[in-house]
Design a protein around this ligand. Structure first.
Ligand code: ADP
Ligand code: MG
Length: 140
């Protein structure tokens, strides 16, 4: 699936719609340069999953976990791997428990930096900066 968005709001809305397809247990690996829209997408996901808290980039903690108001999905785990040197840091905080939790959706920004700890069957979401405010979002 591929979508070209023309604003931050459009990326947010795309993610909000995408969130409706989630059933729980998914690990979403977000890949793309700084400013490509990974956090904007995560905010849209959170909105689509009916997260009440405000999503901020987890810059000073490895992961933030949000409560979700949804039939099957109870938690959204948001990881920003930008400053993580190794996936071991995530293993140390028990990331596998989140990966294996059918009631949790896990989102990893800068996921390519911790590829060694990806579980099987991740959903890869690539963000490419095009001219101006255009971004190409590719889900595979
Ligand atoms: P990342 O998390 O990938 O570093 P952010 O989502 O934090 O990126 O920031 C994206 C930046 O790019 C924001 O400043 C936003 O306003 C801007 N922007 C411009 N066009 C878009 C678009 N189509 N989708 C998402 N963000 C966009
Ligand atoms: Mg970000």
């Amino acid at each position: 699936m591929q979508k070209i968005t023309s604003s931050e709001q459009k990326t947010f809305e795309f993610a909000k719609t995408f969130a409706k397809r989630l059933k729980g247990g998914e690990v979403l690996c977000l890949i793309g340069d700084l400013g490509a829209g990974k956090t904007a997408f995560t905010k849209g996901l959170a909105s689509g999953l009916d997260v009440k808290n405000i999503i901020t980039s987890p810059t000073f903690v490895l992961m933030k976990v949000y409560s979700v108001h949804h039939d099957a999905i109870k938690k959204l785990a948001h990881i920003d791997a930008y400053r993580i040197n190794s996936g071991e840091d995530l293993e140390a905080i028990g990331i596998d428990d989140y990966f294996n939790d059918k009631n949790c959706v896990t989102v990893i920004e800068w996921a390519d930096r911790v590829k060694e700890i990806w579980p099987k069957n991740v959903t890869k979401i690539n963000f490419k900066i095009l001219e101006g405010d255009k971004r190409k979002v590719t889900v595979t």
